[in-house]
Design a protein around this ligand. Structure first.
Ligand SMILES: [Zn+2]
Length: 241
């Protein structure tokens, strides 16, 4: 039980101007030729987020796409500060492609990947490698076949019961920081504080949304400053094993 923070890293650059948007598209669609340069603004909002988490002593799970993985210095910093590196799956049409994404990230991280989440809403195709369908049963099966022990789902209802299949735990819903994806009247910080006394809740946020969307930022700050204890993400992985 407890509250855990999941961060889905969906972008290389930002959306604040045409140049940044173009570089971002390149990262997501043509990763082999895309520059990942700090001078161009590659993930410039990530260090600020790391600092903010450090101030609140929060160790999150960072779910990376193979196309949005941070540079080694940032990955090393995250590892040093006790964060968990995980897999945000994009190509999930067949097991082989799912596994390829996981293996790619493990090489970049230099650590084993134990947790995964799926990119997208289940409807829109978000880049040219993206499998738009969100099929929890299939993703659970792929997780089990590739040694993933935690599959954190995208349902917008954070109190769906968790399931354990073999050595893999599936937590179907998350508490979205972005209030557009949450029933705000029901799922608020008071609810979270109370429910997490006896259940596991995964809170989800996207770094670029915090940077670009004032409402998301305000909700995120309110969460961090609420006094709700945020457990280190690796505790969740450890509980399972
Ligand atoms: Zn995503």
């Amino acid at each position: 039980m407890g509250v855990f923070l999941r961060i889905d890293v969906d972008n290389g650059y930002s959306w604040e101007n045409v140049f940044q948007k173009g570089l971002n598209k390149l990262c997501l669609n043509y990763p082999l030729i895309a520059p990942k340069l700090k001078i161009f603004g590659f993930q410039k909002y990530v260090p600020t987020l790391i600092e903010r988490l450090r101030e609140h002593d929060v160790q999150a799970g960072w779910f990376y796409q193979p196309y949005t993985v941070s540079k080694p210095d940032v990955l090393n910093l995250l590892k040093r500060e006790g964060h968990t590196l995980a897999y945000h799956a994009v190509t999930t049409d067949i097991l082989e492609n799912f596994r390829k994404g996981k293996t790619f990230l493990e090489k970049k991280f230099g650590t084993e990947v134990k947790s995964m989440s799926k990119h997208g809403s289940g409807v829109l195709k978000l880049n040219r490698f993206h499998t738009p369908e969100y099929e929890p049963d299939k993703l659970l099966k792929f997780s089990m076949e590739t040694g993933i022990t935690l599959f954190t789902g995208n349902a917008e209802t954070p109190d769906l019961p968790e399931e354990v299949h073999g050595t893999t735990k599936f937590i179907p819903g998350t508490y979205w920081i972005n209030p557009s994806y949450r029933d705000e009247a029901k799922y608020n910080l008071d609810w979270l504080r109370d429910y997490a006394q006896s259940h596991t809740v995964i809170v989800l946020v996207h770094p670029l949304r915090i940077y670009m969307d004032k409402i998301v930022e305000q909700n995120f700050v309110a969460f961090l400053e609420s006094g709700i204890k945020i457990e280190p993400f690796h505790h969740l992985e450890d509980q399972i094993i």
